[in-house]
Design a protein around this ligand. Structure first.
Ligand code: PBG
Length: 331
């Protein structure tokens, strides 16, 4: 890299002296178009249920979700990701509810796309909300079985595409899932449905509050280390991304976000494909907890944490701060 002239010819502070000049030389920008808003849906009418470990995030009934989707669109947020809180009574070892066309996410997707067609809807492809074992795949004995799970994921993906989902987000980390889903979409005339693969998804403690939010934490037996990645690994993340792109993923995601910015940066730099980060529930809980206590300034901290993803090379970020951050950016 070119060396700057020695002081005092070079005074870097010249370019920091006022907002106008700082904005003029900013290397990255954050806009509401960078956000995908993950939200939680429950059955019922005109109701919001707070989630204890995620202050400020509620589970919403479909009618409330539609209203929030409208607000998200008005703020310039391009897409939402809908996650269901599933009634434990419909969970099963085979997770059949995952491809019930009348399940909560399919109904929510149809309602949002009917009322707010301009916003993109993304849905997870993974069995954990529907699996009585709490795992993303089907459990047989002590094993989370890969190829049997693929059959279920294909049915789930098709049901969700049929409901009008724009982006499928396979988040289960089974081997070969992107290829199976892409072929199924082609075979059933859903060639415009995009896949954002949760390509480098780590076995992380930072998903704890999410599992409360969707009610899968209590059901989970054991951990997800046989399918989600070891936090020790980087090269393996690149192999996962390469495999998913080769199988037909349009976009890839790294998850969690802030503790894995090195992975975001390497993936974005090496593959030059749309790369997203998921600022997960535990990151939100950490930041929100500190902000709630006044230990971190909420307005500055929210945007600073999100800008980090742009600096790392991400095209965007899934964030529970999406609405708040979009409002802050508008001010
Ligand atoms: C499930 C899924 C998880 C998240 C998104 N999809 C949790 C998990 O893998 O256990 C986590 C999101 C978050 O923590 O905000 N496949």
């Amino acid at each position: 890299m070119l060396q700057p002239a020695p002081f005092p010819a070079s005074r870097p502070r010249r370019l920091r002296q006022a907002p106008w000049i700082r904005s003029m030389v900013a290397e990255n920008v954050l806009t509401p178009a960078d956000f995908i808003w993950p939200c939680f849906v429950i059955d019922g009418q005109d109701r919001a249920e707070p989630i204890a470990s995620m202050p400020g995030v509620d589970r919403l009934t479909i009618d409330r979700l539609v209203a929030q989707a409208r607000e998200a669109r008005d703020l310039g947020i391009p897409a939402i990701a809908i996650f269901p809180y599933t009634d434990p009574a419909v969970k099963s070892p085979g997770a059949e509810e995952a491809w019930n066309p009348e399940n909560l996410v399919c109904r929510a997707t149809r309602a949002v796309k009917a009322a707010v067609p301009e916003i993109g809807v993304m849905l997870d492809v993974a069995l954990d909300p529907y699996n009585s074992d709490g795992h993303d795949g089907i459990v047989q004995g002590n094993e989370i079985v890969n190829d049997e799970t693929l059959i279920a994921l294909e049915k789930q993906a098709l049901a969700q595409a049929e409901a009008g989902c724009d982006i499928l987000g396979p988040s289960d980390m089974m081997d070969g899932r992107i290829g199976v889903i892409r072929r199924a979409l082609e075979a059933h005339d859903f060639q415009n449905v995009a896949i954002m693969s949760y390509a480098a998804k780590f076995a992380s403690a930072f998903y704890g509050p999410f599992r409360d939010a969707v009610g899968s934490g209590g059901a989970l037996k054991g951990d997800k280390k046989t399918y989600q990645m070891d936090p020790a690994n980087t090269d393996e993340a690149l192999r996962e991304v390469a495999a998913d792109l080769a199988e037909g993923a349009d976009m890839v995601m790294v998850k969690p976000g802030m503790p894995y910015l090195d992975i975001c940066q390497r993936v974005a730099a090496e593959f030059r494909v749309p790369t997203f980060a998921y600022q997960v529930s535990g990151e939100y809980a950490m930041l929100k907890g500190a902000m709630g206590n006044g230990w971190i300034d909420a307005r500055i901290g929210t945007l600073e944490a999100l800008m980090a993803f742009k600096r790392a090379g991400c095209s965007g970020v899934l964030t529970y701060f999406a609405l708040d951050a979009a409002r802050l950016l508008r001010e």
